[in-house]
Design a protein around this ligand. Structure first.
Ligand SMILES: [Zn+2]
Ligand SMILES: [Zn+2]
Length: 307
């Protein structure tokens, strides 16, 4: 029995290492899909159509303008998720246990050894792997091998954890990917239908195959990202992470649900100009503590209750 447990732990470790190794391949895969799509839309179909004259030129101009605009936003959001640290626990972070003690001072060191062993206190969360206290909504990621603030999930497509500091960028990546792949699907649809018509279609076998592949890939991405986007819209409006959505199945009331508007602002900020950009205004960063990933306001009637 003991031996099988050890083997299982080893397998899980191998799995996590494999996921980490998958990293650069996934980035290349994303860039590969972008490359195939760019070749099909810009170089093969709508670039040459610019010179057709009349309405065709106008349509090609509109498609190319939207395509490039969305592509810039998509890649900007994508690399923001990939390169932004989702949020780690500051060294020596200590929970403030003021309610039980009736004072606002953080506990002193000697109290902590007692608290660590006090498993009956659900307000104190401790990570045995990292050997540190966990702030509220923080979870340990076995792929990253560390605790991540307001961890949502570990995403293989962005080779990073999605957490407090890059969740908005991840949502924008989904949003722009959905718009871009829908645009590509619609703009390549006439060319795709032409494959099944009897008439001659212009182009070499290579360009025709790329157009076919780009259409199928973009349709598949548009459909799957749409489902994912709908799921995350409902998570944001309820102020829940993917992990918490699994955990809180049995609790109808959720302490962090402050109403749709406030829940949205905790992820996207209050500055409308920044809603569609992977970043925050300096004022929002100062004003909204949730954007730092350590403190989250909860409903007033929950303040006196346990986690
Ligand atoms: Zn941890
Ligand atoms: Zn992770």
């Amino acid at each position: 029995m003991h031996r099988s447990g050890a083997v299982m732990a080893w397998n899980v470790f191998k799995f996590c290492t494999a996921l980490r190794g998958l990293g650069s391949i996934m980035i290349l895969l994303v860039l590969g899909v972008v490359g195939v799509t760019y070749y099909a839309v810009v170089l093969t179909n709508y670039g040459p159509a610019l010179y057709d004259g009349g309405f065709d030129s106008f349509l090609a101009f509109v498609v190319l303008l939207l395509f490039h605009g969305l592509l810039v936003m998509l890649l900007w959001s994508y690399f923001s998720v990939v390169l932004t640290d989702p949020g780690s626990v500051p060294p020596n972070w200590r929970p403030v246990v003021d309610e039980e003690r009736g004072e606002s001072d953080p506990l002193s060191g000697s109290d902590y050894s007692a608290l660590q062993s006090d498993s009956s206190n659900p307000r104190i969360r401790y990570c045995r792997k990292c050997n540190q206290f966990k702030p509220p909504r923080c979870h340990h990621c076995s792929v990253c091998g560390r605790c991540v603030l307001k961890m949502d999930h570990h995403c293989v497509w962005v080779v990073n954890c999605v957490g407090a500091l890059n969740y908005k960028y991840f949502l924008l990546f989904l949003f722009y990917t959905f718009l871009e792949t829908s645009l590509v699907t619609l703009s390549l649809l006439p060319h795709f239908i032409a494959f099944f018509s009897d008439g001659e279609i212009p182009g070499t076998p290579g360009t025709l195959a790329t157009t076919f592949l780009a259409f199928v890939l973009n349709l598949a991405f548009a459909l799957s990202v749409f489902g994912f986007l709908i799921m995350h819209v409902s998570l944001v409006s309820a102020n829940t992470t993917t992990i918490e959505a699994y955990e809180k199945k049995t609790t109808p009331k959720w302490r962090y649900d402050l109403g749709r508007r406030k829940n949205f602002e905790q992820v996207f900020g209050t500055d409308k100009l920044h809603w569609f950009l992977p970043g925050y205004s300096e004022e929002d960063k100062r004003r909204i503590p949730a954007l730092q990933g350590l403190e989250y306001p909860s409903k007033p009637d929950f303040d006196s209750e346990e986690f």
